[in-house]
Design a binder for this molecule. Structure first.
Ligand SMILES: *[C@@H]1O[C@H](CO)[C@@H](O)[C@H](O)[C@H]1NC(C)=O
Ligand SMILES: *[C@@H]1O[C@H](CO)[C@@H](O)[C@H](O)[C@H]1NC(C)=O
Ligand SMILES: *[C@@H]1O[C@H](CO)[C@@H](O)[C@H](O)[C@H]1NC(C)=O
Ligand SMILES: *[C@@H]1O[C@H](CO)[C@@H](O)[C@H](O)[C@H]1NC(C)=O
Ligand SMILES: *[C@@H]1O[C@H](CO)[C@@H](O)[C@H](O)[C@H]1NC(C)=O
Ligand SMILES: *[C@@H]1O[C@H](CO)[C@@H](O)[C@H](O)[C@H]1NC(C)=O
Ligand SMILES: *[C@@H]1O[C@H](CO)[C@@H](O)[C@H](O)[C@H]1NC(C)=O
Ligand SMILES: *[C@@H]1O[C@H](CO)[C@@H](O)[C@H](O)[C@H]1NC(C)=O
Ligand SMILES: *[C@@H]1O[C@H](CO)[C@@H](O)[C@H](O)[C@H]1NC(C)=O
Ligand SMILES: *[C@@H]1O[C@H](CO)[C@@H](O)[C@H](O)[C@H]1NC(C)=O
Ligand SMILES: *[C@@H]1O[C@H](CO)[C@@H](O)[C@H](O)[C@H]1NC(C)=O
Length: 734
């Protein structure tokens, strides 16, 4: 099944060849990250300190030859090419928090803004908005795209301390105000040859561009959420994305003075926060008041599959918009079937012969492997000029490369991807109809029609592929946090990237459709910048809270909030939340103490003389961490009672009174004490206790409820979500 997984991966992720790690001996050198926490207070040359440390573990070799990068602008650490033994030795040196191999990360691959109700920016806000700088960590951008034209933009904001170091043939402008890249290859640059980075950057902050479409499909105006904001490009992905590059980008972006970081990529596994570059980098960003927005991953609908887990990250799930793209297949027997794909090929009305993949394979491929049309199975002679029926999306690539005219593919996920040749993708039931027709007559034939857009009144619903919680490291911190559109999003692309991401598809396009939590992430990044443009002094946690508590509740998946977080983003409400659940760096540090990090490491990470309380607080107090959502783990078939304490800060009307309400029909009995809270001034804080009583729920269930404070103007909603599972299941790292 490895092939199938590979193709699935390609569909969301345009970059990153899925290299198999070569296992080797202990003497092999691999790039390792040596993380050393905050910058030291004393002023000394970190670069030479790093070289010194390195020299101590290398025998006769020159340390310079093994140092990959020094992180010294925003936090302390370095990347070096080490054997396992050397890495182990360096890990014992003073000042080191963690040592880990630089792993490969994956990119988590316009109408959406209208759907979310974000109006085009007004004159008043654009002045502040145009001082906002979004750091985009991705595959670079195509700077000449119309989405990044700088017409009407003034010079860079004064606070900007970055630079345009985009490499060969990369020119910045007043829209793309900075660029850096992290590849050491000759000729490397911040130019986007894949398309993913241009897509993310333009979704967040692209200009309004009229008349965009993908080959005529879904024509309209493309625009980012905050079209006046500036973009700083950090190209962390070339043929692959690495931990070392991501940390390099955090080190730079924080010092360069970005307002927010959006990062649509992640690992496929979960790691301790001190071994996870996105968790490390975003912690130091948070210290400087910079919120990091991160895609939750495309490994759904498996539970515990989200990899974006740190409490200071804003982790995003992907949902649909009300515009879907479908295509139709007209069979020779007069039946028309509806499938999903972005098929730009126009039929000339002629029906094309059908062939079943299983019947058109070389003798070595049999049964399900042949039916799936896996690599090297289809016989080009038998499929040439025909439409081939296959049970796996592998056929997007294999059928195309074998010279088939088109394909009809079985794939049970609710999404349309760009196809390289005429293709309709059908669910199980519909595919069975096509297959039995094809097998029922001697010369079956069909016509695949060009895709059309439809209005989907069921929107929004969560996508199948969006990674699910609960949080595998801290179950009391709900993940993902929020959902935003990530299905069939049209945005800028790299004209040298393949339109479908399938090898051999030579079509070039300035705009294309992509699907993934990668596309949802920049939507939330834009909204966070939008909120920050109204409230420049708000902490990252305050911005996150305002977006979470004003989101629109979702339903429709069995994982409930562990699928879509608080709900779907609502940018207009988010700028005026009334109350916020605030958190400071000290709160996060205290949380790290509670979950088991010791004082020496905490001091290195926080860069101050913080001491974890001598009597380590109970692990159970994590539930009182002031998160805008309440999450809990319960045992199957055992009733439970749990109290959560929360503190809200008034950012609405100075003189205000809020009353609480909980839904009447709920699996949980929720009581809040007190029921009414009053404020006399802005920034005043009030605390309350939420008592949650639950009965016996079966293994693997998720039960949820919510509480909502309202003063008649603002509605401040927090979900309450309980994961019912055996304890051993919740901490297994995937
Ligand atoms: C690390 O060292 C190995 C040799 O052990 C070499 O093949 C590899 O290219 C080096 N990597 C880097 C990034 O220097
Ligand atoms: C520089 O980039 C532009 C981008 O459009 C391209 O047309 C041009 O060929 C590039 N020049 C070189 C020397 O690569
Ligand atoms: C870099 O560009 C030069 C000149 O265009 C070319 O000769 C060389 O092969 C390129 N190197 C790589 C690694 O692509
Ligand atoms: C329609 O397209 C098919 C497949 O490319 C081709 O064989 C056929 O000649 C075309 N028919 C017309 C009327 O153009
Ligand atoms: C799949 O897509 C259809 C068509 O847009 C939609 O109505 C339906 O709710 C979706 N189903 C699921 C399970 O997401
Ligand atoms: C096609 O039909 C034959 C006979 O009706 C049956 O044995 C075979 O399994 C069918 N093949 C497929 C791929 O459905
Ligand atoms: C993760 O961090 C915790 C807390 O410091 C530690 O106890 C545990 O051993 C770490 N796990 C791994 C796999 O490193
Ligand atoms: C921490 O350091 C500050 C000065 O940097 C000092 O005022 C404070 O007393 C120290 N606290 C502890 C617990 O050592
Ligand atoms: C939980 O809260 C309820 C209601 O405020 C209170 O009566 C009860 O004593 C609390 N229980 C614990 C264990 O704190
Ligand atoms: C605050 O609100 C209360 C009740 O609505 C009202 O009686 C009081 O006058 C208000 N105080 C101020 C200073 O506006
Ligand atoms: C929840 O409240 C209802 C109504 O008071 C009661 O019948 C039910 O037993 C309660 N459930 C639990 C689990 O305490």
């Amino acid at each position: 099944m490895a092939n199938w997984k590979f193709v699935l991966f390609c569909m969301f992720v345009i970059l990153g060849t899925n290299n198999v790690l070569v296992s080797g001996t202990n003497d092999d050198r691999k790039v390792h990250i040596i993380y050393m926490g905050s910058l030291p207070k004393e002023d000394y040359s970190l670069a030479s300190h790093h070289l010194n440390m390195l020299q101590q573990v290398l025998d006769d070799d020159f340390a310079e030859n093994f140092l990959v990068t020094s992180y010294k602008r925003s936090f302390n650490g370095f990347a070096a090419n080490l054997t396992d033994k050397e890495a182990e030795n360096i890990g014992r040196m003073e000042g080191v928090v963690s040592v880990f191999e630089s792993k490969k990360l994956q990119l988590h691959t316009t109408r959406s803004w209208d759907f979310l109700g974000l109006p085009e920016t007004t004159k008043e806000t654009s002045a502040i908005e145009s001082d906002m700088i979004i750091g985009v960590f991705d595959s670079g951008v195509w700077p000449e795209s119309d989405s990044f034209n700088d017409e009407g933009f003034g010079p860079s904001p004064k606070k900007w301390k970055g630079t345009c170091a985009g490499g060969k043939n990369f020119t910045c402008n007043n829209k793309i105000i900075g660029a850096r890249y992290y590849s050491k290859d000759n000729n490397a640059s911040a130019r986007d040859d894949a398309g993913h980075g241009s897509h993310a950057a333009s979704t967040a902050a692209g200009n309004k561009v009229k008349g965009t479409s993908f080959n005529g499909i879904a024509e309209g105006t493309a625009r980012g959420g905050v079209p006046s904001a500036r973009i700083a490009v950090y190209k962390v992905c070339d043929s692959r994305c690495t931990d070392a590059a991501v940390l390099g980008a955090f080190d730079d972006a924080i010092a360069d003075g970005v307002d927010l970081i959006t990062i649509s990529l992640g690992s496929n596994s979960q790691y301790n926060f001190t071994e996870d570059p996105i968790a490390i980098g975003s912690f130091h960003a948070m210290e400087k008041g910079i919120l990091t927005v991160n895609s939750g991953g495309n490994n759904g609908p498996l539970k515990h599959s989200t990899v974006s887990l740190a409490p200071w990250l804003f982790s995003v799930a992907a949902s649909s918009t009300d515009r879907r793209i479908i295509d139709k297949v007209s069979l020779g027997n007069g039946v028309t079937l509806t499938g999903q794909s972005v098929n730009t090929f126009t039929s000339n009305g002629t029906k094309i012969p059908l062939v079943i993949g299983e019947h058109a394979s070389i003798p070595n491929c049999k049964g399900p492997i042949a039916a799936a049309c896996f690599e090297n199975c289809l016989d080009p002679k038998q499929v040439e000029g025909k439409i081939v029926l296959c049970t796996s999306p592998a056929a997007l690539e294999t059928g195309f490369q074998s010279g088939a005219f088109g394909s009809i593919i079985l794939y049970d996920k609710n999404m349309s991807v760009v196809v390289p040749y005429p293709t309709s993708i059908l669910d199980t039931q519909t595919y069975t109809l096509a297959l039995s027709y094809a097998n029922s007559t001697t010369s079956p034939q069909a016509e695949i029609l060009r895709s059309e857009t439809i209005i989907d009144t069921n929107a929004p619903y969560l996508t199948d592929f969006s990674s699910r919680g609960p949080n595998a490291i801290v179950p009391e911190i709900m993940k993902p946090d929020i959902t935003a559109p990530g299905l069939e999003i049209l945005a800028a692309y790299s004209p040298i990237g393949s339109a479908s991401g399938i090898g051999g598809d030579k079509r070039s396009s300035k705009y294309t459709f992509l699907t993934g939590t990668s596309m949802a992430c920049p939507h939330v990044a834009a909204i966070a910048v939008y909120v920050k443009s109204f409230h420049p002094d708000w902490s990252p946690a305050a911005i996150k809270s305002s977006i979470m508590t004003t989101s629109t509740p979702m339903k429709g998946t069995e994982d409930k909030e562990f699928a879509y977080g608080s709900g779907q983003v609502n940018p207009i409400k988010a700028i005026n939340p009334g109350l916020i659940f605030d958190l400071s760096k000290d709160d996060y540090v205290n949380l790290l103490c509670i979950i088991g990090y010791d004082t020496p490491n905490i001091r290195k990470i926080s860069g101050d003389n913080t001491t974890c309380p001598s009597s380590t607080p109970q692990r159970s107090t994590v539930k009182d961490f002031n998160y805008p959502a309440l999450a809990f783990h319960a045992h199957p078939n055992q009733p439970f009672v749990v109290n959560f304490t929360r503190t809200v800060t008034n950012v609405g009307f100075a003189n205000s009174t809020y009353k609480v309400s909980v839904p009447t029909s709920s699996d949980l009995n929720v009581t809040v004490v007190p029921q009414v809270i009053s404020f006399k001034s802005l920034n005043e804080k009030q605390s309350f206790v939420v008592n949650v009583v639950g009965g016996k729920f079966p293994q693997e269930s998720v039960v949820s409820s919510s509480l909502e404070w309202t003063d008649g103007t603002h509605n401040v909603r927090s979900p309450i979500v309980v994961d019912v599972s055996q304890p051993e299941e919740r901490s297994h790292f995937m």
